[in-house]
Design a binder for this molecule. Sequence first.
Ligand code: GDG
Length: 476
Amino acid sequence: MTATNRYDFVVVSNRLPVDRMVHDDGTASWHRSPGGLVTALEPVMRASQGAWVGWAGQADLDLEPFTFDDVTLIPVALSLLEIEHYYEGFSNDTLWPLYHDVIAQPSYHREWWDAYVEVNQRFADASARVASLGATVWVQDYQLQLVPRMLREQRPDLTIGFFNHIPFPPYGLYAQLPWRTQIIDGLLGADVIGFQRVADAGNFSRAVRRLLGYATRTPEIRVADGAGGHRTVIAKAFPISIDVAEFEEIAGRPEVQARAQQIRDDLGNPSTIMLGVDRLDYTKGIRHRLKAFGELLDEGALSVGDAVLVQVASPSRERVAAYMQLRDEIELTVGRLNGTHASISHSAVAYLHHGYPREEMVALYLAADVMLVTALRDGMNLVAKEFVACQLDEGGVLILSEFAGAADELKNALLVNPHDIDGLKEAMVAAVRMPQRERTTRMRALRRRVRENDVSRWSNTFLDTLRHANHHSSAR
Ligand code: GDG
C-alpha cells in the first residue's frame, strides 16, 4: 500500500483507531484502541473500505500507510512539542473545557493556537493527497475544526462532512475564544456540520450569525463563497449511537454472563451494585456521584455489604494538569469513603483506574443493578446507551444526567441534575427501591429507542444528508 493510492471515502480524526504496543524484544504491534469515536466509526469503516487519516498516538512516528482490520490507515506525524501545544494544549486545555461549559478554566495561549493551525493544515494536506476526485471526506471532532476550510481551498471537488462529538457552547461562552471567528470559518468549509444535540446546532448557528452575519434558516446557513456567490451549509443534529447488535451479542454469551455472576460473587453478593464507567474526566461528574453515594452511606439509607459502587475510571489525558488534580481529588475521596465505611470483607467503593477489554465492560454492565451517568456536560455519552443495549433481561436502572446529549433520547431513564446532590440521592434511592414492573417498563422503552437509532443509522443518516447537500457555489 502506498501513499499514492486514492480513496472515495476518507475519515479524518485526531487519533487513528489503533494503539501501537512496543514489546520487550523491541518489536511493535497494533491493537484496536477503546474510546467513543472508535466505537462509533469502526463498523462504518469496515463496510466502506475507505481510508482513515490520523495520528498514531506516539511522538515523531513517521509511518507509511498500512492496513489494519481491512481499513487503510494513513498516519500523520506529530512532534513532542506539537503534542504539547496542539493536543494537550489547545485541544484539551482550551477547547475541551470551553466547549463543556467552562467546568474547568480554559487556557488561552497564542503558541497553542499557532500549533493548532499548523497541525490542522497537515491533516488537511494528508487528506487532500489520498482523496480521489469527487471523494467524500468526513472530518471528526474538535481537534480538527479548521480542516474543512483548508481542505475545500485545496480540493473544491470534494464533498466534506464534519461531525462534532462534543457539545458546541452557547455564544456567551464561545465568545471568550480569541480565535472564535477563525474556528467558525474553518467549520463552514464543510457541506454538512453535524452535532450531537439540536441545541448544539442552534448554538453554532447563533455564533455564525453573530460573528459572520450570515443568514440562517434551520438547518441551512447561507455562506458567502468569496466570489460573489454563496454556498449552502447544513448544520444539524445527528445523535451518535453504538453498535447495538454487537453489545447484545456479547451480553448474550454464556461466558460473559458467567463472568457477571463471578463479579457479583466477588463483591459479596450485595443487593445493589451501582456502576460508573467513565474516562477519568472532570466533565463526567464522578465527584458528584461519590458525594451522593457517601452521604447515603453516612445517613444509613444505603449500607456497605448491601450496596457497593463500582467505579471504572479509565486513564485519560494524564499529562494535563487539570486531569492530574482531578485524579488526586477522586482518589482522596474514594480513600476517605472506604476508610470510613468499608469493612475487612466489603468495600464501599471498588475503584478501578484501568482500561478493560470490551467483554469485561459488558460483564460489568450485566452485573450492575443501577448505572450512574452523572456528567456535568457530555456530547452524547455512549456508556448510557451501552448499558441499555446490554440489559437483555430489562432488569437494570439507568440514572442519567440531563446534561448528557443522551438525555434527549433516553427520556425513560431517571433523569437527574448532578449539581443537585439531594436530587441525585433521591434518584439513587428510587433506583434501588424501584419495583420490578417499573424497571421493566422503563428499560423496555429505553431499549426500543437505542435499537431504533444505532450507529449504522447515525452514519447512514449523516452520509445521506452529505450526499444530498448542495455544495456547489451558485450565483446570487
Ligand atoms: C466523546 C464525547 C460522545 C471507556 N473505558 C473503557 C472503554 N470505554 C469506552 C466506553 C464507551 C467509550 O469508551 C466512551 O464514550 P463516551 O461517549 O462515554 O465518552 P467520551 O470518551 O468522552 O466520548 C461523548 C462520544 O465522544 C462519541 O461521540 O458520546 O459525549 O465526550 O464506548 O465503553 N472501553 C473499553 N475499556 C475501557 O476501560 N473497552
